[in-house]
Design a protein around this ligand. Structure first.
Ligand code: ATP
Ligand code: ZN
Length: 302
């Protein structure tokens, strides 16, 4: 049996995750959630002196802001939108008939004004923009969100619904770049404390289509994105557990976020894939958290 499948099956067998009929959509056990909560506390302890605000987002963002993000231009294959029934009695009767006969009942569902959040930091930018120009110190926000990406897979590390914890820096280009470099180091320190093998490498986002290939190589050339990878499913292709992103002033321009001097703001974010980090810990230290190395337990549970 494939090694990836067997890790997923082990997680189900031990009741760490619970299967559904949909690949990449799993219920989490108490212990899995506890590992994530402990990891989040650890990550937050690293950024605590700089962070000025904390936010947790629901898993959807306004459709208007989703459009502004450019996600449909770059990653249409991954996006999800919320649709709802908006019909009358007659439409409802038709829907029930479709359901009863096993036909597609969703064809008259209408798009709502909510899209599923594809990346945890997107809902932050319009909030900052609405406040007007930033102070000279910029903004430094700790946040968390459930995210959705339409990438069904039996690799346990590729879920359709998962959480990202992020730190986001908004200000001038020096502030954004310095933040990203600091977190590259901190990410590796965190993984050392957790005794997880890792390395940081330059990366690119999965831009769609033929034009996307060019965008991906340009992103790599400019070293805008780095990932911290850990072997989880296989040694040969380690999995991105953290990403360190510099967006230049793209989001500042898209959402009209201004610096104190009126120019567009620069942004950077570090994203922790919470489920992937929990899975890396279970993969490397075993399925019983009581048997994890003493120092790892100390770092997480004190
Ligand atoms: P990948 O290259 O593996 O598809 P990505 O480059 O799309 O990941 P980012 O957009 O940088 O990932 O997302 C930030 C972090 O969120 C990733 O480093 C990863 O830890 C996590 N993540 C991304 N996609 C998934 C997923 N499908 N399931 C679980 N975690 C994910
Ligand atoms: Zn981000």
């Amino acid at each position: 049996m494939d090694k990836q499948i067997s890790f997923l099956d082990q997680l189900f067998d031990r009741g760490i995750l619970y299967d559904s009929a949909v690949d990449g959509l799993y219920a989490r056990s108490g212990i899995f959630e506890d590992v994530i909560a402990r990891f989040e506390d650890l990550a937050k302890s690293f950024g605590k002196d700089e962070t000025s605000e904390a936010m947790v987002f629901p898993p959807g963002l306004p459709m208007k802001d989703f459009e502004t993000s450019g996600y449909m231009k770059n990653f249409p294959q991954l996006a999800g939108t919320v649709h709802a029934f908006c019909g009358n009695d007659h439409d409802h009767a038709g829907l029930l008939q479709c359901l009863a006969s096993g036909e597609d009942w969703t064809k008259n569902q209408k798009a709502t004004d909510i899209a599923l959040t594809p990346a945890a930091c997107y809902p932050l930018y319009p909030i900052l923009a609405r406040r007007g120009p930033l102070p000279a110190t910029g903004a430094y926000v700790a946040l968390q969100s459930y995210c959705y990406r339409h990438e069904p897979s039996r690799e346990p590390t590729r879920m359709q619904m998962f959480r990202q914890r992020e730190f986001v820096r908004v200000g001038n280009s020096e502030q954004a770049i310095e933040f990203r470099e600091t977190w590259k180091k901190r990410g590796q320190e965190i993984m050392k404390l957790l005794q997880l093998p890792c390395h940081v490498e330059v990366a690119n986002d999965p831009f769609f289509g033929r034009a996307g290939k060019i965008m991906g190589s340009s992103q790599r050339e400019q070293e805008l994105k780095f990932e911290l990878v850990v072997p989880i499913n296989s040694e040969a292709s380690p999995t991105a557990c953290m990403s360190f992103n510099y967006h230049m002033d793209n989001f500042g321009k898209a959402w009209n976020i201004r610096q104190a001097d009126g120019s567009h703001a620069y942004t950077a974010c570090v994203g922790f894939g919470l489920e992937r980090i929990a899975l890396a810990l279970f993969r490397h230290h075993g399925l019983e958290t009581e048997n994890w190395p003493t120092n790892v337990r100390k770092v997480l549970w004190g």
